[in-house]
Every structure is written in C-alpha cells, then in structure tokens.
Design a protein around this ligand. Structure first.
Ligand code: NAI
Length: 264
C-alpha cells in the first residue's frame, strides 16, 4: 500500500467523533511491532490519528494500515531515532502533514545484553544512543510545538530495570534510568505550559524482544512475578491510553511500573 492509498484508507475509516482521543494526533516510535504497535492501534481505536514511526517506513506500514481502519488518519514513517537531525526533520514533517502533534510516545528501544566486563563500547554507545538519546531527540523536537499549543502528552517507555538494575544489562538499565531522569526533568520544564511528561516502566512483556529468553530462565522468572505471568503488549497500551487521554490530565513526572509485581 502506498502513502496515498493509506491516506484514502484513512479517510474511509469509521468516524472517531465522541471517542476520547478524537481530533488528537499521536506520534508513536517503534510502532512496527510489539508494545509500540499495540500502543499505536489502541490510540487509533480511541480516535487518535497516528504517525507510526519505525526504523524503516515499510516496517511501520502494517501498523499504519491497522490504525487507519480505526481512526481518521494514519501514516508510516522511517527514521533512526538516534539520528538527531533526521528526527528534528521528521517531527517537523509529521507536524505539518497532520496539522500538529498532541501525543508523543517514545517507545523505540533495543537491547545488547552482556556482562559489563565483556560489554563492548559499541554495544554501550548504541543502546544509550537509541534508548536515551533517541527519546531526548523526540522530546526536544516536539517540545516547542507542544508548548506553543499549550497542551500535550509525552509518554516515554522506560523499563523496570531502569529502576532496579539488572546483571547483564548495564547499558540498557542505564539508558532506561536515564529516560526516567529525562522524564522528570522534562515534566518540570514543560508542565507549566500544559504538557504532561510521564514514563511507563514495563517488566517482562511477551514480544520479539523477550522471545529468546531460554525456557529455564523463563520458568525462574515466572516464579518471581507475583501475578504469575509475563505481561502482554496490551497491558502497556492500556496504561499509555490512560496517560494520553483525559484520565491523565493531572499526572506528570511519574513513572508507572507495570511488571506484575516483579519489582516488589
Ligand atoms: P521490539 O523489539 O518488539 O520493538 C522495538 C521497536 O523499536 C521496533 O518497532 C523497532 O523498529 C524500533 N526500533 C528499534 N531501534 C530503532 C531505531 N534505532 N530507530 C527507530 N526505531 C527503532 O520491542 P518491545 O518489546 O516492543 O519494546 C518496546 C519498548 O518497550 C522498548 O523501548 C523496550 O526497551 C521497552 N521494554 C520492553 C520490555 C519487554 O519485556 N518487551 C520490558 C521493558 C521495557
């Protein structure tokens, strides 16, 4: 499906009038699969037009098509979130194509796990570059238009290991702890202009990212989760919807841990 086909599909979608996010524009990164795809589709199902961003535009197209079935506008975009100049240009492009951005969800993320003694400099830099700098790139690019509009929501996907730390994930845990610090700082800077900034810290969620956890480790993990199961992408999408909608109006600078009790 081409972009213009997609716009056509969008215009034939059911009316979103009356839905909580009707008339809102959401930008979701890492939207090709997993948690990002669930968030994009959930926001669309509740009325938002969604700009679906992944590393490559073709990877985000299926999500954009699914979103277009729900709401009145959706489009796929490709960018490396770690590329500062490309992100700034993309946020401008999306803002002018959609007539603004109301909800920014920074979800794109990677892991390159290794014990700290064996971790390469490249694996450290890339994880920080995508997870932390990538989030900052979008927050910075969207901050001015959001503040100018006098309203908006920023939701950053962190991780419970950014709170607790995790052996073998020094790079990843540092990046996610950084996302939490960035979230609190941005909340202090932007909330006075009507923009809330919050983080969601998922525990272990069933996605491609966690698909290769060995069976024995998975069983051990399950034993340490009070709710007795890994989370689903929809568990995280429901929280993103709560923060993005009118329900989240008086919440800012917070980190919502959604881990089935793992970190208790
Ligand atoms: P996933 O690996 O299934 O999807 C990651 C998404 O990020 C993909 O759409 C991919 O295209 C995009 N992405 C990766 N690098 C990118 C780059 N440089 N530029 C643009 N897009 C890029 O991951 P999953 O599991 O859906 O995770 C989503 C977020 O949730 C990540 O930030 C992850 O760290 C976080 N998270 C996931 C947990 C889990 O158990 N699955 C637990 C805690 C946090």
């Amino acid at each position: 499906m081409t972009d213009s086909d997609n716009t056509q599909a969008a215009s034939s979608a059911a009316s979103s009038a009356g839905l909580p996010l009707a008339g809102q524009v959401a930008l979701v990164t890492g939207a090709s699969r997993g948690i990002g795809r669930a968030i994009a589709e959930t926001l669309a199902a509740h009325g938002a037009k969604v700009a679906c961003v992944a590393t490559r535009v073709e990877n985000a197209q299926a999500t954009a098509d699914a979103c277009a079935n729900h709401s009145e506008g959706a489009k796929a975009y490709g960018v490396d979130v770690a590329d500062h100049a490309a992100v700034a240009a993309l946020v401008k492009e999306i803002g002018s194509e959609f007539g603004g951005i109301d909800i920014l969800v920074n979800n794109a993320g990677i892991t390159r796990d290794q014990l700290l003694m064996r971790m390469s400099e490249d694996d450290f830099d890339r994880v920080i570059g995508v997870n932390l700098k990538g989030t900052w790139n979008f927050v910075k690019a969207a901050a001015r238009p959001l503040m100018k509009a006098g309203s908006g929501r920023i939701i950053n996907i962190a991780s419970v290991v950014g709170v607790t730390g995790n052996a073998g994930q020094a790079n990843y845990a540092a990046s996610k702890a950084g996302v939490i610090g960035l979230t609190k700082s941005a909340a202090k800077e932007l909330s006075g202009r009507g923009v809330t900034v919050n983080a969601i810290a998922p525990g272990f969620i069933e996605t491609d990212m966690t698909a290769d956890i060995p069976e024995n480790e998975r069983a051990k993990l399950m034993g340490s989760i009070p709710l007795g199961r890994l989370g689903a992408s929809d568990d995280i999408a429901a929280a993103a919807l709560f923060l993005a909608g009118p329900t989240g109006a008086y919440i800012t600078g917070q980190t919502l841990v959604i881990d089935g009790g793992l970190s208790l």
